[in-house]
Ligand binder design. Structure first.
Ligand code: AMP
Length: 284
């Protein structure tokens, strides 16, 4: 039977028990409203550990003042059922007061990797992410934690933070899980009207086309960016926030020519919904 707890004291007690029994703890931090992407991460955690802990917390400190914190979709009952079906052992679902005391004032900042891409458009976002993940790691004390490559910059930020702060946790990435037509799964996809849903496909379409161009020999970042832009803007209701081409390790942009491996990452508004997607292309 899955256990669901909302207090730090309680989860610490349960984890201590599991650790005393020698179990390897796998952890999947989430904001809930599960889709197949979340469930794939949980299944991977299950394969790589003995007991799987999932946190569900819509973390207020990673949302900007004009972002969708209040309307972010939530359905704890459904989430518990889905998590149970894939064999999750423990859900930690605290409220904001449990996670942030009144006088809270300690923050974790991953300096360089938090800049550029989403960091430029969501000030304070990665500071909120790095801080809450550090807190969750301290609470859950997992041996291994799984993060999706859908939030690629976040994955790099977490990997860096674990190294820099000497946390004994293995960070494992999971490939992007997509709908049949290619749209990257996201809790935010529920915001999309049917017309917006059609336009949302432009992200994946443009990434696929960029991959084709590169395979055919195109190496100019500005030309590839232009092609991506043309595809996305040909769909109604879209507004590009950024198109990034650069080094998948450092997140330094490529300016003259792309080399070895390239990360292409996008953030696009479709109506009032902000979507992200990315692809990594090996240049052979
Ligand atoms: P969220 O609940 O959106 O904060 O996501 C929780 C975790 O699931 C993060 O590590 C995300 O990167 C990951 N995730 C979300 N959507 C996907 C997806 N479509 N494919 C793979 N991982 C995902």
């Amino acid at each position: 039977m899955i256990k669901v707890v909302d207090k730090i004291k309680e989860i610490r007690r349960l984890i201590k028990d599991l650790k005393n029994k020698g179990y390897k703890i796998g952890f999947v931090p989430t904001m809930g409203y599960f889709h197949e992407g979340h469930l794939a991460l949980m299944k991977k955690a299950k394969r790589l550990s003995d007991k799987v802990v999932v946190s569900i917390f819509v973390n207020p400190t990673q949302f900007g003042p004009n972002e969708d914190l209040d309307k972010y979709p939530r359905d704890l009952k459904r989430d518990i059922k889905l998590a149970e079906e894939v064999g999750v052992d423990l859900i930690f679902a605290p409220d904001s007061n449990e996670m942030y005391e009144q006088d809270f004032q300690t923050w974790v900042t991953v300096e360089k990797l938090s800049k550029g891409l989403c960091g430029d458009f969501r000030p304070g976002h990665f500071k909120g992410v790095a801080t809450v993940v550090t807190k969750l790691f301290n609470i859950v004390q997992p041996d291994i934690a799984i993060f999706g490559q859908k939030d690629y910059q976040q994955l790099l930020v977490i990997k860096r933070l674990v190294k820099d702060l000497n946390m004994p946790i293995e960070i494992v990435g999971h490939p992007i899980v997509r709908e049949k037509d290619g749209l990257a799964m996201s809790s935010r996809n529920t915001y999309l009207s049917s017309k917006e849903r059609e336009s949302a496909l432009s992200l994946y379409k443009s990434l696929k086309y960029a991959k084709e161009l590169i395979k055919k020999g195109e190496r100019s970042p500005s030309k590839i960016k232009n092609e991506i832009k043309n595809i996305i803007t040909s769909y109604p209701l879209t507004k590009i926030e950024y198109i990034f081409l650069g080094d998948p390790h450092t997140l330094n942009p490529y300016s003259e020519t792309i080399k070895d491996r390239v990360l292409i990452a996008l953030a696009v508004w479709v109506g009032s919904t902000r979507l992200i997607d990315n692809i990594i292309i090996e240049i052979s």
